[in-house]
Design a protein around this ligand. Structure first.
Ligand SMILES: [Zn+2]
Length: 454
């Protein structure tokens, strides 16, 4: 296939926008980028994908999400509103994940993935929980990945909150899935697995050791870190250490591990995250929604930590998350110089691409260059001021919207063209998800009624 007539945003160093060039794609890989005339002459008779003057750029990457949270949309909590993040966990997320069946897991993953295709997000790192449907839950996510054609890393959230038996089952689900991915390399490498941990505050010393001891070679963890001060207080109480020190002691940190949020870490913890090469993800929409504060992301970047951007289950339009990150640090610090546009690109583009390329292995992800995975979107944006390499971040932050994404391709396969999903019947999938969600909401209300949370 040859992609023609596009203005190509490569996200590669200086030559970020190419004019008059075409892409040659085969076997899911970008094989060549050269002048359009040259490519068309060299490869006569190839299938043509005409970008019709739109911007052609790498698909966006989401470094942390929760597909399982899809059915929270519109769900009312049948009691007083939670007054803190720990209460939000107890009143919303925990009873909701306990209400999911395997069918619910599949449907919630499917609707999130459709949202991602529509909004040009082609790679996602999911963190899954369904405490009454543990075994086979990650397989349901794999089935949704197969059906939608996206690139997804997932994991099962191990937690002690429901007793040791479920802790062990969660561990087994992670190990089984990681081994399966290692052996089978399913879906042409589009499906990946990490070892999920909820957060320090729901994991005992013994469980952390068990997780580290059962982690298959070459894999890593995906864990929430210091999202709320309670995580730090709990860690001090359990072992007189701060959360990052505690995780270091148990061998959880490192270049294969993702530490999510890190809102309340101190300078010493930032140093440990940097020294261990641990990835950190920033989700400002979720932080604002939960009222937990905003992490000192600029210091982490300055220390050389690879801070990435995720969405924590918010909409899969990553530009919305970038825009929130761009605004919130200025607002919080009463300083409009904070978090400039190029820092947003460093996280949302460069570091997210590094993370995806590292975790999935093999070809580069998140850039347009020869040898990279053909994960590409078309964006119908008409700039009315000059747009160049230097001011591109600000054109995106102030001008790009998710509705401008007209084509989404993953691994060289077109999933949406001219805003139409090519192989998925969105209406039918939404109806089936709604039927499933009714049962999940019913179960949620029953669990809530019988619990002390009411
Ligand atoms: Zn999360």
């Amino acid at each position: 296939m040859i992609v023609t007539n596009g203005k190509i945003i490569t996200w590669n160093n200086q030559d970020s926008i190419l004019y008059g060039c075409a892409l040659k794609i085969s076997e899911g890989i970008i094989k060549e980028i050269s002048s359009q005339d040259e490519i068309l002459t060299k490869y006569p008779g190839e299938e043509i994908l005409d970008a019709d003057g739109q911007y052609v750029m790498p698909g966006n990457i989401c470094a942390h999400t929760h597909f399982y949270g899809a059915f929270a949309r519109g769900l009312g909590i049948p009691s007083e509103s939670p007054d803190s993040f720990p209460e939000i966990l107890k009143k919303l997320w925990w009873p909701l994940d306990r209400s999911l069946t395997l069918e619910g897991v599949y449907n919630s993953a499917l609707v999130c993935m459709i949202d991602a295709i529509r909004h040009g997000t082609t790679t996602l790192f999911d963190h899954h929980a369904s405490q009454n449907a543990i075994e086979g839950s990650l397989e349901q996510i794999a089935l949704a990945v197969e059906k939608t054609g996206l690139r997804v890393s997932t994991c099962y959230e191990v937690t002690d909150r429901d007793g040791i038996e479920k802790t062990l089952r969660g561990i087994r689900e992670n190990v089984r899935n990681i081994e399966y991915v290692k052996k089978q390399k399913p879906l042409n490498g589009r499906y990946h697995s990490l070892f999920g941990l909820h957060a320090s505050l729901t994991l005992s010393e013994k469980t952390l050791d068990m997780c580290r001891d059962t982690l298959p070679d070459g894999s890593g963890f995906h864990i929430h870190v210091a999202e709320h001060p309670i995580d730090e207080y709990d860690s001090m109480r359990k072992c007189k250490m701060r959360v990052v020190e505690r995780l270091e002691k148990h061998g959880i940190l490192g270049f294969n591990t993702i530490a999510v949020h890190c809102v309340h870490v101190d300078a010493g913890e930032i140093v440990k995250l940097a020294e261990s090469g641990t990835w950190v993800t920033h989700q400002p929409r979720s932080n604002m929604n939960n009222g937990v504060g905003i992490g000192d992301v600029e210091s982490m970047l300055r220390m050389g930590i690879n801070v990435c951007i995720g969405n924590d289950g918010f909409s899969n339009s990553m530009w919305e998350e970038w825009k929130t990150a761009y605004l919130v640090h200025k607002h919080n610090n009463l300083d409009p110089r904070k978090m400039p546009g190029d820092e947003i690109i460093k996280m949302g583009v460069c570091n997210n691409a590094k993370l995806a390329t590292h975790m999935f292995g093999g070809a580069s992800i998140g850039r347009i260059l020869p040898g990279a995975r053909a994960d590409i979107i078309f964006v119908d944006y008409q700039p009315f001021t000059e747009m160049n390499t230097n001011n591109l971040p600000w054109h995106i932050l102030f001008g790009f919207h998710e509705s401008m994404v007209t084509m989404t391709m993953v691994d060289g396969k077109v999933l949406m063209y001219d805003r139409k999903l090519l192989e998925l019947d969105e209406r039918e999938i939404a109806e089936s998800a709604m039927n499933c969600a009714r049962g999940v909401w019913e179960k949620y209300n029953t669990l809530f009624e019988s619990s002390e949370e009411k």
